[in-house]
Write a protein that binds this ligand. Structure first.
Ligand SMILES: NC(=O)c1ccc[n+]([C@@H]2O[C@H](COP(=O)([O-])OP(=O)(O)OC[C@H]3O[C@@H](n4cnc5c(N)ncnc54)[C@H](O)[C@@H]3O)[C@@H](O)[C@H]2O)c1
Length: 366
């Protein structure tokens, strides 16, 4: 039986991690434990995303530790200080474009950082079996959050299943694939109790505006051009972030140890069709002229090695754990647009930081 009492969430100040902590502490009454958020606060981490959690649960059920997952001593000290029994590992360098411009940080955080956490967990959870041999406690769990990008690119048909061979094609996806292999290596070699999930593209509140959906929403609101890679026909499967997080929590609670689960939206869109839908929603809510907004669409040079299509088969998760998506794409996009319209302070906070310089340099100059 898993303890799920002292839950270490890595990368909890990032997009998916902060939404996860909100779901766990504010919307999961069955969870009575503590959340320890370990985050280095890179450009993508934002403590302001958890201001409400800090004020409601800080010091009682929520604790923030600024640390780097590659720092072995810091990681070990956190395991000890909070008697961690569960790890939910979100922390990563996560943006494909950044991985093309500078892969080293991706190898360091995603590969070495995951290794450091796994090894610290193995040591901290070491136990002696009944027969006197060395083993690992059975009431603990290391859950690794990964991406569907490890599977490579699909043609016009077919879906990624849990048995699809890995074929990563960007430095980002290669680093995530490496971390996935390390997770299962620790399970098979040392008996570390692990679960793993590979999810499709997320969208929703608190999304750092270098990614497609928030970037487009903010550019529309500011009257800036809307840059679209290549011919705009690349296909992604989109999932509302809260649905990703309820799936992660279901796996952490009931998923079989040593298993991986695909998580997806069953919601494929070409980038250009998605953008037109988003323009309709933003124009209506922000009272903009949709035709004028559409005229700012600008096709830009394609991303090198841009994968054509990702599509997830998540039937294993649905059949085994009874999970399902809670919102349609229309509902999720409407919630997301409302969130950006109502959270100007958060947006301004992001814009005054590194994001502004990076996005200006990489998106609007072309
Ligand atoms: N965003 C998606 O659509 C998506 C889809 C599938 C899987 N994933 C995976 O989900 C996870 C979270 O993604 P996200 O979009 O929230 O990422 P994000 O970039 O928004 O957040 C990453 C967080 O990790 C922290 N971090 C980075 N390096 C660190 C380090 N060395 N030590 C400690 N903290 C560090 C950052 O400060 C940030 O808070 C990642 O593992 C990613 O691969 C993301």
């Amino acid at each position: 039986m898993r303890k799920l009492t002292n839950v270490l969430v890595t990368g909890g100040a990032g997009f998916i991690g902060c939404n996860f902590i909100h779901v766990l502490l504010q919307k999961t009454p069955s969870f009575k434990g503590r959340v320890i958020n370990l985050d280095a606060l890179t450009y993508a981490g934002n403590a302001a995303s958890l201001a409400d959690v800090e004020s409601d649960f800080g010091g009682s059920r929520y604790f923030f530790e600024r640390a780097d997952i590659t720092d072995r001593a810091a990681v070990e000290a956190i395991f000890k200080k909070y008697d961690i029994d569960t790890v939910i590992h979100f922390a990563a360098e996560s943006h494909v474009d950044r991985s093309i411009l500078g892969p080293e940080a991706f190898i360091k955080t995603n590969v070495m950082g995951t290794f450091t956490l796994l090894d610290a967990a193995r040591n901290f959870w070491a136990d002696t079996n009944a027969d006197g041999t060395k083993g690992i406690r059975s009431d603990v769990l290391f859950h690794h959050v990964s991406t569907d990008e490890v599977y490579g690119s699909l043609g016009d048909t077919g879906y990624f299943t849990e048995t699809t061979p890995y074929d990563p094609r960007s430095p980002y996806s290669a680093s995530k694939a490496s971390s996935d292999h390390l997770v299962f290596a620790y399970h098979h070699t040392y008996g570390l109790p692990v679960t793993l999930s590979n999810c499709s593209n997320n969208y929703g509140p608190y999304h750092f505006p270098e990614k497609l959906i928030p970037l487009m929403i903010l550019n529309m609101l500011e009257g800036k051009s809307l840059p679209v890679y290549g011919d705009g026909k690349n296909i992604r499967d989109w999932l509302f972030v809260e649905d990703h997080n309820t799936a992660v929590w279901a796996i952490v609670n009931k998923g079989r140890t040593g298993e991986k689960y695909n998580i997806g939206g069953e919601n494929e869109w070409t980038n250009i069709d998605l953008l037109h839908r988003l323009i309709d929603i933003v124009a209506e809510k922000a009272k903009l002229d949709p035709a004028k907004v559409r005229s700012t669409i600008t096709y830009v040079k394609d991303r090198p090695g841009h994968d054509r299509r990702y599509a997830i088969d998540c039937s294993k998760l649905k059949a085994e754990l009874g999970w399902k998506q809670s919102v349609t794409f229309e509902q999720g996009l409407a919630k997301t647009v409302d969130w950006y319209l109502n959270n100007e302070k958060w947006v301004e906070g992001i814009k005054s930081g590194d994001y502004k310089n990076w996005v200006e340099k990489n998106y609007t100059a072309r």
